[in-house]
Ligand binder design. Structure first.
Ligand SMILES: Cc1ncc(COP(=O)(O)O)c(C=O)c1O
Length: 302
């Protein structure tokens, strides 16, 4: 049953972030706490899924199937939503069977898992990929890896309204831009569409710059018919996706004001610090940092 799912409208809180390096530069940051909308359905994932779930409901499906790795935040949130709202889920996993905390959660949350190997997983963009899975699971609607694409981005557009509603409570009359981690660029594209050129969106790339994020953002923005996107992609990957170095670990451990993980949010905030310290933002600048979640994935690094 997908209908009860569509009635859930989580409202992420906007909270001030107090850090010495921000204070020294006179830059103010508020964090949109997507990580706190729910203990299990955490981060940007729900928002990227919601339009796919609506499409699944409209197509008469009972549940959904999607793809991800053995630490996937996307599959984790999807499995948790299935358990919470009572719809069936199946997960197609990259590689060979692995026993990770995330995989154990997926099983406990009732997701049916299939390991595709590496070659099988690489086929996921092929036109015929979903055919056999739709035969096997005719009642499940396919959702692309990570909830990427325009429907995913459209679900993230609501963050702009959430922020505007909470500005006064922070004592802010306005804000000057957004800062967030990018994996596929879908979340960033949602904010670019929501801002419609009014304020810039800065994306800290969690993957190397040659991974096609810029093209993906351009594709989504063009598909939405928007022609004046205002955003900047900055390399926050520190040499590769999931590459974790001592400086990053130390930054996360010493930034006790907010819980971060090393793949996305830790790297994004660390890159913001470098930009603030390089005086990229004038004193008085007010930024919204989107906490995109991912804290469950930390267990792979502990
Ligand atoms: C915790 C976290 N933050 C950020 C992202 C990046 O989101 P997007 O793929 O929409 O750029 C992801 C997933 O890709 C994620 O799991």
């Amino acid at each position: 049953m997908l209908l009860p799912t569509l009635d859930w409208h989580p409202q992420p809180r906007l909270e001030p972030l107090h850090l010495d390096w921000l204070a020294r530069a006179g830059v103010e940051v508020a964090v949109l706490r997507l990580d706190r909308i729910d203990p299990l359905i955490s981060g940007n994932k729900w928002f990227k899924l919601v339009h796919y779930l609506r499409a699944a409901h409209e197509a008469g499906a009972e549940g959904v199937m999607s793809l991800g790795g053995a630490y996937s935040n996307h599959l984790h949130a999807l499995a948790a939503a299935g358990k919470r709202f009572g719809f069936p889920t199946a997960g197609l996993l990259r590689g060979h069977p692995q026993d990770t905390p995330t995989v154990r959660d997926l099983e406990a949350l009732g997701m049916e898992l299939h390991w595709l190997g590496y070659g099988g997983y690489r086929e996921r963009h092929a036109a015929c990929f979903w055919g056999p899975w739709q035969v096997r699971y005719p009642h499940l609607h396919p959702v692309p890896e990570g909830g990427s694409g325009l429907p995913g981005a459209q679900g993230c557009m609501t963050w702009a309204a959430s922020v505007r509603e909470q500005l006064a409570a922070l004592g802010w009359t306005d804000y000057h831009g957004w800062w967030l981690a990018c994996g596929t660029g879908t979340s960033l594209a949602g904010l670019v569409l929501a801002e419609a050129g009014e304020r810039p969106v800065y994306g800290a790339l969690a993957v190397p710059p040659d991974h096609g994020v810029a093209q993906q953002v351009e594709r989504i923005v063009a598909e939405a018919g928007h022609c004046k996107p205002r955003y900047e992609l900055l390399d926050g990957s520190r040499g590769g996706f999931a590459r974790v170095d001592a400086e990053l670990t130390d930054f996360i451990e010493t930034t006790t004001a907010i819980e971060l993980e090393p793949l996305y949010t830790g790297k994004a905030l660390m890159l913001l610090k470098a930009h603030v310290e390089a005086e990229a933002f004038a004193p008085g600048t007010r930024l919204v940092f989107v906490h995109t979640g991912g804290l469950q994935g930390r267990r792979g690094f502990e």
